[in-house]
Design a protein around this ligand. Sequence first.
Ligand SMILES: Cc1cc2nc3c(=O)[nH]c(=O)nc-3n(C[C@H](O)[C@H](O)[C@H](O)COP(=O)(O)OP(=O)(O)OC[C@H]3O[C@@H](n4cnc5c(N)ncnc54)[C@H](O)[C@@H]3O)c2cc1C
Length: 419
Amino acid sequence: MAVIIAGGGIVGLTLALSLHEVGISCQVFEQSRELKPLGVGINVLPHAVRELTELGLLDQLAATAISTRELGYYSKRGQKIWTEPRGLDAGYNWPQFSIFRGDLQMILLDAVRDRLGPNAVRSGCCLSEFEVRENEVAATFTDRGSGKNIETVTGDILVGADGIHSTMRKKFYPQEGAPIWNGAILWRGVTRGEPFLDGQTMIMAGHEHQKFVCYPISSEARGRGNSVINWIAELKVDPNEAWAPEDWNRKGVLDDFLPRFEDWDFGWLNVPEIIRTASQIYEFPMVDRDPLPRWTHGRATLIGDAAHAMYPIGSNGATQGIIDARVLTRELVAKGICQAALLSYEDERRPITARIVELNRQNGPEQVMQAVEEKASDGFDRIEDVLSMQELNDTAMKYKKMAGFEQDVLNERASIVSG
Ligand SMILES: Cc1cc2nc3c(=O)[nH]c(=O)nc-3n(C[C@H](O)[C@H](O)[C@H](O)COP(=O)(O)OP(=O)(O)OC[C@H]3O[C@@H](n4cnc5c(N)ncnc54)[C@H](O)[C@@H]3O)c2cc1C
């Protein structure tokens, strides 16, 4: 086998599809016994939707996702700070999709099984050990529950797409420890209800210490005049308090955060009502990891969250991982299945993703909300009295440029894989 992929999340599966498209053999090993549609909402920006489109997935995605038309930043009183068009409405050739993470993962999984065969994804196989040799890698997979060895597989290269708690990363950097927490807790939920604004808008309200983000994620509900609203309520808490470590499936408790949002009824959006009527709530600390000095060690490399876990700011988590998968594919085609390809993939992707990790630590494009809180905590008559349109525009543009999705640049540049 040419490429062993550890991890069957969004990025591992995208990489498998991408390699298959160019004729490179691969197999995905996923630790979970069964791949289920887990998670709540996620955003995929136009530069990643372009890649998924080139992989032939646009129609399936469009059938379930919401094509996001606008992004708006609001104060904690629901006053408008900045809005901008998004996706097709902003002139991109590709939409921005807001979608259930589980739906996205299942679309990718079905495509992998369909195109690469039913055994292309081996579930219940947790990467536990690996050995990087001169001409090959050997990866050992165990059953996570029993710890029993399942199989040792050899291949030309090994790619760690095993997420924020990556085993591969831990082996390369044993001293690194747990992800870094910034003192904020995120409660993520999904609520079925009345659409807000135009039913295709993503909004963020509040500031660095208390924020509410929400956006609709399912086109299926729209047909019935409803909306499936994904939301994230964020609070800074006492960093000395012991919060449970990050686990995507930990259930959240309403009393821990709803009281702080009780008076956030903006008229056009009733935040406490949305929170109270949620069908599911999960709790996750705001964590990331420091950028690494190296991803590639011989014939093994990292990708996606394993390489560059970042705060969920600016909608870049899945997006950057999808771009990683495509750049890695291009380099494997150009240089062959060898370490040189891994190094040139890393040379391109590591600096960009490190900058996004850093920018997200300064709140990315959301920094305008904190600026408004500091300058006009009691509200304002005109936003121009608080921040100039130039400042607002510059902040939005700077982030897009850094994260690689300036509209004209993206529309005009050549395809990553097919040139
Ligand atoms: C269960 C779950 C729910 C999530 N929910 C959300 C959400 O609601 N909103 C959001 O914005 N982001 C969510 N994320 C994170 C989001 O998917 C990622 O930030 C982003 O898509 C990058 O994807 P990734 O493939 O690099 O990592 P991930 O999506 O985290 O995928 C990593 C995969 O590797 C597997 N894995 C881990 N260790 C091993 C190992 N040793 N051997 C084999 N397999 C291994 C994991 O089980 C997982 O399937 C979730 C992630 C998970 C795992």
